[in-house]
Design a protein. Structure first.
Length: 572
């Protein structure tokens, strides 16, 4: 009789000692990774919407960089009915890492994208077919010396595009419009810089519920020496023809720093501390069902020190702005010098939930929020108008790799934001050595809160809303038992957020339930101080220890191979 070893011992040994390899192999086939050629700002500039959900499909755009092709704007589509991604399509080239897309859709389902420039003409294309990203109209050039597009669609399908214009001695933030069947309008300067040197407006647009009022937030950063000194606000109640303060008082165009509504102002005494562009940074703007705007941004501490702190501001009804400090309300944020802020974004769902993505980092130790290795992406939501918040880290935590530049789907006119959580895309990888550096970052999509059926509770195989069990209960009440029952399942829908896949134990959404899912299940059990022993029943008896080296060498070889093909970054 051959001798056998206890499988639980083997499984625990492999899962504990070789977990990084196992996780890497499972991740290599993770369908949430849209690209491994993401640029250093693949999903950057979250004020420009990059995700559109419409009529059973979700379209996701980003910016790749490769040695062969340079910088290119890419897009993929998820079909909700089949849970399958389309091929990756190229929309067009970009000047450098500033040339990422701003994406919107009209009432007929045609997608519209603005992209390319860094002090160059903007490029615009429209999809050839509704709700389809496989082919696009020829490129149209818009103006000169533009950067940073944001774009929304009006009720009559008119497009509203804003961009920084660096023509002339004083830069401006300009509005361009395109009526159906027409041509792009000439520039309409909305805001002019307060100095003749570099300037970044970082504006964001959002419609009110009437689909007529345009709300705009702006971060003023520039002058010489540069510093971030104001978060401002303007609105238009007539489709951008005229602009006004929140109280309705008209504003003469172009507006200046002194004529914007002041949401946040930096003390001049802290000018040196706010020279870093991440010290005062905007996120985006969202509008509730009562036409009230909410603006997301971050600052330093009151005395100008680190760590950074994130805020949501909304009109207080008395001519000022009420501000909520998120650092005090986010339970996932460590206490010891970690900061919270943007890049990030804010969306209010049709049922009134406030949903946002933020970046957290070990701010006090690393001194930066811009692609530092401690950066992680945080999901935050409130169901009571911002009184209380829940939070979770949604990036795959890796102390050696920045997870950052999150972008959340925001309403642009006709995209369909249901009561489920809006989708998110973020960058995993380095910030690059320059605007033109070619890097190989991962572009990762996240929609695990409900868009595709899964309730988002890790380990909740039976989908009852709770992760419970030890493998001895009935599958309808015990997630371990449900996982054991589903062991070996194959040909599942896969992808992510699909309830059917998760209920068959496919925890990594690769279309089958196997050892990689068991590794995840064991980690969830350990994280929740739940027993893991029952997982041993998943496997048949295995040969004596003399066979272990073969198994482990095989795992190591496979892990190394997958690591070389999926995990290689240019800075390693």
């Amino acid at each position: 009789m051959p001798s056998y070893v206890n499988l639980a011992t083997l499984f625990c040994f492999v899962a504990s000692c070789f977990l990084p390899w196992l996780a890497g192999i499972a991740r290599a086939s993770d369908p949430r990774i849209l690209s491994v050629d993401g640029s250093s700002r693949a999903t950057g500039y979250a004020e420009a919407n990059k995700i559109i959900t419409f009529d059973g499909k979700t379209h996701v755009s980003w910016l790749d960089s490769t040695t062969q092709d340079g910088f290119e704007v890419k897009i993929r589509t998820l079909d909700h009915a089949t849970s399958q991604w389309s091929p990756t399509y190229t929309i067009g080239e970009a000047e450098d890492n500033h040339g990422g897309p701003a994406l919107t859709i009209d009432s007929e389902g045609y997608l519209h994208v603005a992209y390319y420039p860094h002090h160059e003409p903007m490029r615009y294309r429209r999809s050839q077919q509704p709700n389809d990203t496989s082919s696009w109209t020829p490129v149209t050039h818009i103006a000169d010396n533009l950067t940073y597009p944001t774009m929304v669609t009006g009720p009559d399908n008119t497009l509203y595009l804003t961009a920084r214009n660096s023509t002339g001695s004083s830069w401006s933030n300009d509005l361009f419009t395109l009526s159906p069947g027409g041509s792009w309008s000439s520039a309409k300067p909305l805001i002019e810089a307060s100095d003749t040197s570099y300037f970044h407006f970082q504006d964001a647009l959002a419609w009110g519920p009437d689909h007529q009022t345009l709300h705009m937030s702006v971060r003023m950063y520039g002058e010489d020496p540069r510093w971030g000194y104001k978060i401002g606000y303007l609105q238009s109640t007539d489709f951008g023809d005229t602009w006004q303060h929140y109280d309705g008082t008209p504003v003469t165009l172009p507006a200046f720093e002194s004529t914007l509504d002041t949401v946040e102002a930096t003390p001049p005494s802290q000018r040196a501390q706010y020279e870093n562009s991440s010290s005062l940074r905007g996120g985006s703007i969202a509008v509730d069902n009562n036409n009230v705007p909410y603006i997301l941004y971050n600052t330093l501490q009151d005395d100008g020190s680190l760590p950074r702190q994130a805020w949501i501001a909304t009109p207080d009804g008395a001519g000022g702005w009420s501000k909520t400090l998120l650092n005090d309300k986010i339970d996932i944020l460590p206490d010891n010098g970690w900061g919270l802020g943007t890049p990030g974004g804010l969306t209010i769902t049709p049922d009134g939930r406030m949903t946002m993505v933020l970046t957290m980092a070990d701010d006090s130790s690393q001194g930066s929020f811009w692609g530092t290795t401690s950066s992680e992406v945080v999901w935050v939501e409130s169901n009571d108008g911002g009184q209380t918040f829940t939070s979770q880290i949604i990036s795959n935590v890796d102390p050696s790799t920045p997870n950052w530049l999150p972008s959340i789907e925001r309403p642009t006119g006709f995209n369909e934001l249901t009561t489920a959580d809006p989708a998110v895309v973020y960058t995993s990888g380095e910030r690059g050595s320059s605007n033109t550096a070619i890097v190989s970052n991962e572009v990762i999509f996240w929609a695990e809160g409900g868009n595709f059926g899964w309730n988002g509770v890790l380990g909740d195989v039976n989908q009852d809303g709770f992760f419970t069990g030890n493998g001895h209960g009935t599958p309808d009440r015990d997630d371990v038992s449900a996982f054991i029952d589903a062991w070996g399942s194959g040909e599942l829908p896969g992808v992510f957020g699909t309830r059917a896949s998760y209920m068959r134990g496919d925890l990594n959404f690769d279309g089958k339930t196997d050892i990689w899912d068991a590794v995840l299940m064991r980690s969830y059990l350990i994280d929740n101080s739940m027993p893991t022993e029952r997982l041993a029943v998943l496997f048949s008896p295995v040969p004596e220890p003399s066979a272990f080296p073969v198994v482990l060498i095989g795992l190591g070889t496979l892990a190394g191979s997958m690591g070389r093909t999926r995990w290689c970054h240019t800075d390693e």
